[in-house]
Design a binder for this molecule. Structure first.
Ligand code: NAP
Length: 501
């Protein structure tokens, strides 16, 4: 691993040191610095927003035909693919995810640009049915400067999910990546410029969210915020946005239920539940962190699940055989440990895990063992609060009504999983569970063509999908008079009034 000095921030197409504090990006598997940066400060925010606004109005990007913007976005996808392995390694170093996961994230980022290139050149506006002498239509226009604020858990994927549709729509974008994972956003900005996105259309401002993110949200020239992160932060941003009447989209936290019915294929369900909670070390908004198992199956299922959890390979993220890497930081591991202590104080018992792993290779970084907790009710704080770590709470259930009531008893409603061989039950429960995404006999599967987002405290708006591009556009109605006659008022006549037709 090299400790490299990288060019810290990107403002208006220029990479330079920020004017804020110096800090290091640490490799979570060892705690060693992998890059030294100088964060942006408030002057940098102002400069980046002015440059973005100028580029939006004068670079010609917004005025290009959609198929011309699409050509550039296809090139972005291709450059990401050409540099896939290098980007996957950088992402691994920046946030400590296993290399198999970061390779998948890079591939998904390329697919996102390709998808929005296609969406951009095929999206249609419409003529609305004429109800008088006007040709009427509904069209979409780019908004201007978009602030994309992202978390540390899957940087390249979450940044691509905002950047690609926002650029496809013709906007300028300022990315505020998580302070501790700044590298992928900087790489993406460089790739965009290399592909032909005009300078200034993409800026990147690493640094503290409470300072830079806040300033971006308040800035009068920022027209929309697309945010992914914690619910508390999201609500704070939404309150500020309300003062500007600025639209926001929010991808927030989760505490998703996974339900294993008595007739489930046990082997598939065990694998699915494990993957659902422990992949990405549980640092995933859609982690299936509350497990409900039909009581007749509970004992056998938990035996198999706990044995499989103990066998998970926790260790070196560079090793393709590793299934679980470290947590993102020492501070975050301490939070997870506090939650396990809370679970015990609430009467929970640890079935497996609940400690740091031991041995060489896992003694330096921020590792934690896959943890399963039992004997807690759904109303416990451990079940109600997002831990964002490898901690699963398992509970038996007795009947379908009680199951649905408990599954829905959460401020969050992001995702849910159902494991059953009975298609009627799958459909019934799938329709009653309150969640932005429901997986049936699978979990954590994604497609860029399928909208994603949460209900209630899990979010506002939808990312992905062909119409995800509309999040970054304003709708405009056009009435085009086709009548050679003047409007009635022109001759003070008494023609039909201009009321609703
Ligand atoms: P976070 O603390 O809310 O931070 C997210 C981003 O917001 C970071 O870039 C952060 O900067 C910035 N930020 C912090 N305070 C801000 C403020 N006052 N104004 C504007 N921006 C501010 O969340 P996190 O700990 O990075 O990420 C974990 C959370 O994200 C979990 O709750 C998880 O469920 C959620 N998440 C949701 C989804 C989804 O799609 N629903 C996907 C991934 C993650 P700093 O890094 O400097 O603090």
């Amino acid at each position: 691993m090299t400790d490299k000095n990288i060019l810290d921030i990107c403002v208006g197409g220029i990479w330079r040191a920020g004017r804020g504090e110096a800090y290091a990006s640490l490799y979570p598997a060892t705690g060693q610095a992998i890059a030294h940066l100088r964060a942006a400060n408030l002057d940098d925010v102002d400069e980046a927003v002015s440059a973005a606004d100028h580029a939006f109005r004068h670079s010609g990007w917004a005025q290009k035909h959609p198929h011309e913007r699409a050509q550039v976005l296809y090139r972005v996808a291709q450059i990401i693919r050409d540099r896939a392995e290098e980007l996957a390694q950088t992402q691994r170093l920046d946030n400590g995810k296993p290399i198999t996961e970061t390779r998948a994230l890079v591939a998904s980022a390329a697919a996102t640009f390709q998808f929005y290139a296609a969406a951009c050149e095929t999206l249609e506006d419409c003529l609305t049915p004429m109800r008088g002498d006007c040709l009427t239509m509904s069209v979409h226009e780019p908004m201007g400067v978009i602030a994309a604020i992202t978390p540390w858990n899957s940087p390249i994927a979450s940044e691509a999910q905002k950047l690609a549709p926002a650029l496809a729509a013709g906007n300028a974008v300022i990315i505020k990546p998580a302070e501790i994972t700044p590298l992928m956003a900087l790489e993406l900005a460089a790739i965009c410029v290399q592909a032909g996105v005009p300078a200034g259309m993409v800026s990147v401002l690493p640094g503290k969210g409470s300072v830079l993110g806040d300033a971006l949200v308040r800035h009068p020239l920022v027209r929309r915020v697309s945010f992914t992160g914690g619910t508390g932060t999201g609500k704070q941003i939404a309150r500020l946005a309300a003062d500007k009447m600025m639209p926001v989209s929010m991808e927030l936290g989760g505490k998703s239920p996974t339900m294993v019915l008595a007739d489930a294929d046990i082997e598939h369900a065990v694998n699915g539940v494990l993957y659902g909670i422990f992949s990405s070390s549980g640092e995933s908004c859609i982690a299936g962190s509350r497990l409900f198992v039909a009581r007749p199956l509970y004992a056998e299922f938990l035996d198999r699940l706990a044995t499989a959890a103990q066998r998970l390979r926790v260790g070196d993220p560079a090793d393709p055989a590793t299934q679980m890497g470290p947590l993102i930081s020492e501070a975050h591991r301490a939070t997870v440990e506090r939650y396990v202590a809370l679970a015990l104080s609430e009467g929970g018992t640890i079935r497996t895990g609940g400690k740091r792993p031991e041995g060489s290779g896992v003694d330096q970084g921020y590792f934690y063992t896959p943890t399963i907790i039992e004997n807690l009710g759904n109303s416990s704080r451990t079940c109600q609060e997002e831990i964002f770590g490898p901690v699963l709470v398992a509970m038996p259930f007795d009947d379908e009504d009680a199951l649905i009531e408990q599954a829905n008893d959460s401020v969050y409603a992001l995702a849910a999983g159902i494991w059953t061989r009975d298609y009627k039950k799958a459909w019934r429960i799938g329709r009653q569970v309150q969640a932005g995404t429901v997986w049936i006999n699978t979990y954590k599967q994604f497609s860029i063509s399928t909208p994603f987002g949460g209900w209630r405290d899990s979010g506002l708006g939808r990312e992905k999908g062909r119409l995800g591009i509309h999040q970054y556009m304003e709708q405009k109605s056009i009435y085009w008079g086709m009548n050679a006659q003047p409007l009635p008022w022109a001759d003070h006549g008494s023609g039909p009034d201009e009321g609703q037709r």
